[in-house]
Ligand binder design. Structure first.
Ligand code: ADP
Ligand code: ASP
Ligand code: MG
Length: 439
């Protein structure tokens, strides 16, 4: 069994959906096909939710209508036969009626998550209709029947595996299964999701659940590049990464992978391949347990970071101080990305600011607290970075013109993290690109 996940751009146009159909029918292997929403749809649904949250029903209605128009055109270009078109019309009608009903009822967070789920429901149903039109045998697997998260929004892998296996056992002879990425049920049995970009996570979780041979992430670029192609002109794909390296890159901002999408595959030692739907023969990136080569492989940057410094000459060296500080973050379920310490202060970074005020208030009991908003973590990822001669010097030289707020190395051999003000991010990435890679 293999998992083939196709992202928004890969299903975003009728001709691309046909390409996806070609890719999943190239061989007769058993496969679970995980689809994202058509590109732009989740953003549009977020916009509808935002308008409703502001009680601006006219704007929400306008946004629903624009999206509706898009789908009314999409299915006509996707499907040729009358039967298939009638099915598609019914699907689109059902989902847009749902959105229009929401306009009339009072809005809340649970309803917002229902809105966000419409994208993946639409894309998979339309794709399944295409397969039916072409007489390609396939089974439709609703993700809401098996994908679930607990009260801490963590996926319930054991339950997911039990449910998926039980469902698959009903179809011993089928070879193609189609399901939604991103969406799931939460502990209150409401519709929820795995956060933006979550279809990668779905694919990896399903891969782990069925112990797949490989998880293929099909996207709009030929693999993980050595720097952010949206920021830097010159980048190139990386043929091979270890799970640890890929996890660091994903966590620290490489948008091609959802931040948490590596651990399920890593746990069951399932190779993950990053492949390009528009260029299927390109080698892409293969991610396995194997650690290969030494030195820097790639850079990534994570925005929206806040640095918190707690300064206390009296207490830092006293044992138990760090525990007290960390307990504050634990209490507010806020995870820390970077940590640096000196004799008189400790600095940490967070990306979830929802409890910042409370956290600061409690930390003030232990010292003077200073906050720096709008920071970016730049991560230099590779294998045995500091052991590779001259690398740390090259990193620092490349950043000579930028004030660096924090530096962290030693947590793993795969990563050096540097914190800079967000305004320096692009130039710092470019400078590191020139300083660290041969072109
Ligand atoms: P999908 O819709 O298929 O999930 P995403 O937009 O989520 O695709 O991810 C692919 C995009 O990630 C690429 O188009 C690219 O702009 C961006 N990206 C950011 N960093 C990297 C990187 N290091 N390597 C490759 N792509 C990256
Ligand atoms: N459609 C969702 C998003 O845009 C999930 C995904 O594409 O992975 O975030
Ligand atoms: Mg994505």
């Amino acid at each position: 069994m293999k998992i083939m996940k196709f992202g928004g751009t890969s299903v975003g146009k009728p001709e691309r959906m046909h390409q996806v159909k070609d890719l999943i029918t190239r061989d007769s292997e058993k496969k679970i096909v995980v689809l994202s929403a058509l590109s732009g749809t989740t953003n549009a649904l977020v916009g509808i939710g935002e308008a409703l949250a502001e009680a601006n029903k006219d704007l929400a209605k306008e946004r629903i209508d624009i999206l509706h128009e898009h789908y009314l055109k999409f299915y006509k270009d996707l499907l040729k036969t009358e039967t298939a078109r009638v099915k598609a019309e019914k699907i689109i009608k059902e989902h847009f009626e749902f959105l229009n009903i929401i306009l009339k009822i009072s809005f809340n967070e649970a309803i917002n998550r229902d809105i966000l789920a419409q994208g993946e429901l639409l894309s998979t149903k339309l794709f399944y209709t295409l397969l039916q039109e072409l007489d390609i045998p396939a089974v439709f697997l609703p993700a809401l029947d098996f994908m679930s998260i607990d009260e801490n929004s963590e996926p319930e892998l054991k339950k997911i595996a039990e449910k998926v296996k039980a469902i698959l056992a009903n179809y011993p002879n089928d070879r193609i299964f189609v399901t939604q990425g991103y969406i799931c049920k939460n502990h209150r049995n409401e519709v929820d999701n795995l956060k933006r970009g979550g279809s990668d996570y779905s694919a990896s979780l399903i891969g782990a659940a069925v112990n797949a041979e490989v998880v293929e992430i099909w996207t709009d670029i030929d693999g993980m590049h050595n720097n952010d192609p949206r920021v830097v002109d010159k980048t190139r794909p990386i043929a091979q990464l270890s799970f640890d390296e890929a996890a660091e890159l994903a966590y620290f901002g490489a948008k091609i992978l959802h931040p948490a999408s590596i651990w399920p595959a890593q746990m069951y030692n399932i190779p993950v391949k990053l492949l390009n739907t528009m260029e299927p023969e390109a080698a892409g990136t293969t991610i396995t347990a194997k650690e290969q080569g030494t030195g820097v492989k790639a850079l990534a940057a994570k925005d929206g970071i806040t640095a918190i410094k707690i300064k206390s000459s009296r207490m830092l060296l006293a044992y138990g101080f760090l525990r007290k500080v960390f307990e504050v973050f634990e209490k507010y379920k806020t995870s820390i990305d970077m940590i640096t310490t000196s004799e008189v202060a400790v600095s940490v970074t967070i990306d979830d600011l929802s409890h910042l005020e409370d956290i600061v208030k409690e930390l003030e009991a232990y010292g003077i607290v200073e906050i720096d908003n709008n920071q970016t973590i730049i991560s230099v990822v590779g294998n045995m970075i500091a052991e590779s001669r001259g690398t740390l010097a090259k990193i620092m030289n490349s950043l000579a013109d930028f004030p660096v707020r924090m530096v962290s190395y030693g947590g793993s051999r795969h990563n050096v993290s540097l914190l800079v003000d967000a305004k320096y991010k692009n130039d710092a990435l470019k400078s590191l690109n020139n300083g660290l890679f041969e072109w």
